[in-house]
Design a protein around this ligand. Structure first.
Ligand code: HEC
Ligand code: HEC
Length: 368
């Protein structure tokens, strides 16, 4: 081999190695020149004032701006945050389903099913800082980091996510505009996503319009509202607040769907698996009842495909387990003494009315 051929071959291999290495996630290689260096001005997000809703809860640790929200929205819909760039947050949290997943179990990029059903994302700003069915994280920004890294979800180390975004001029500019820095960190990624999630506000359901005097409910829907808000249906003990239809202070509950002799008999230990407190086994986050028309299947394990099944199950009365909500047992015992029946004893008409009312909490504006 002549010296010239030798050099040519060497050159060929160096080029090949260079091209090949570019296919992997590049490590901070691209130098980005910002188009304009002036200090960015942010526009504060003005939360809507909604009649009957408590004031929009602000978070001093993450002040919302129009620029931060725009960035968060882009990140939420961008599959760049998954290992093989195929799955975004919105891939499981679908807007037409009120940002829930119509599949019983979500499927991650490695074709692994998740453990539970993906819940709707709606009016999250009013939640009391406990997220997931078992409340294992305290803030939305802390939450946002978990699906990105989770092996059964987007499966991308956050350090790689930072570098990927850093290599996109558009993102560098958006972080600059939102946070006044061109250094993209996981802290800022998750803060932007949190800002966007807090803007997923639903307040135009027929029930809201009725409350504001802008619309009316049918006779059946109104009867359902009474069942919901009285001892007849007993729903209001846990599904209370107007923003979410969850309890104002009780975050988790065991709503008596499963019988269990000991706390170790629950198929899913729920909050108990996180806190290891014996009184938490079998408890789950009380979910919002907003947008139920779009969020089937229901419950943490998606056991019910329809609202009829949900109502039938509550109608049977609570099943006994060590942690079943005492309010359910107390009410069931009173009914038993009074009528000889453990369950709610709803007639078919009551069932239909309650269902009609539940559907008035669905907001078509929100899913389109
Ligand atoms: C593979 C499907 C999948 C992807 C992708 C996904 N999620 Fe989720 N999400 C779920 C599931 C399943 C749950 C419920 C898990 C649990 O409670 O154990 C959930 C729960 C949540 C919750 C909790 C809501 C509440 O009320 O407690 C939030 C917020 C959320 N996801 C936001 C996001 C964000 C932001 C992203 C993108 C960074 C994302 N999700 C990506 C499936 C997914
Ligand atoms: C003692 C508290 C409590 C009471 C009372 C209660 N619920 Fe619930 N509800 C819960 C909890 C906790 C869950 C979630 C349980 C799970 O995922 O396993 C839930 C889930 C639901 C869901 C499923 C929502 C979803 O997105 O998956 C619906 C619908 C529902 N409840 C409607 C009702 C109705 C209607 C009533 C009255 C007949 C009622 N609830 C009474 C605590 C309660």
């Amino acid at each position: 081999m002549t010296r010239k051929t030798y050099i040519s071959i060497l050159f060929f291999f160096v080029c090949f190695a260079l091209i090949f290495s570019c296919k992997k996630d590049p490590v901070n290689k691209v130098v980005v020149t910002p188009p304009d260096d002036s200090i960015p001005e942010t526009t504060a997000f003005i939360p809507p004032v909604i009649k009957d809703f408590r004031a929009f809860p602000t978070d001093p640790a993450n002040q919302m701006t129009v620029q931060g929200i725009a960035l968060g929205r882009k990140l939420f819909f961008d599959p760049i945050l998954s290992g093989d760039s195929s799955l975004s947050c919105a891939g499981c949290h679908k807007q037409e389903n009120s940002f829930s997943d119509p599949r019983s179990r979500s499927i991650g990029i490695d074709h692994l099913p998740g453990k539970r059903n993906a819940m709707a994302l709606v009016n999250l700003a009013w939640y009391q800082n406990k997220f997931f069915w078992d409340g294992r994280v305290n803030t939305l920004r802390e939450q946002a980091a978990t699906p990105i890294e989770a092996a059964d979800e987007m499966h991308l180390p956050l350090a790689v996510a930072e570098q990927r975004l850093q290599n996109h001029l558009e993102y560098v500019n958006m972080f600059w505009k939102a946070f006044g820095t061109r250094t993209i960190t996981k802290d800022l990624i998750t803060k932007a996503i949190e800002q966007f999630e807090r803007t997923l506000i639903s307040f135009n359901a027929p029930y809201d319009k009725y409350n504001r005097g802008e619309g009316s409910l049918s006779a059946s829907e109104l009867r359902g509202l009474v069942i919901f808000n009285t001892e007849k249906g007993d729903c209001f003990h846990c599904h209370t607040t107007p923003e979410l239809f969850v309890h104002p202070s009780k975050i988790f509950s065991n709503n008596g769907m499963d019988a269990a002799t000991t706390i170790y008999d629950f198929t899913d230990a729920g909050v108990g698996a996180i806190t290891h407190d014996t009184s938490d086994y079998g408890k789950f986050k009380i979910p919002t009842l907003r947008n139920l028309a779009y969020t089937a299947p229901y419950m943490h394990d998606a056991r019910f495909a329809t609202l009829d099944e949900v109502i039938d199950s509550y109608n049977l009365g609570p099943k006994i387990s060590p942690t079943v909500d005492p309010i359910l047992i107390e009410k069931a015992q009173t009914r038993l003494q009074r009528t000889g029946i453990w369950g709610l004893n709803l007639s078919q008409q009551d069932h239909d009315d309650l269902k009609a009312f539940l559907l008035t909490l669905s907001d078509p504006d929100f899913v389109h």
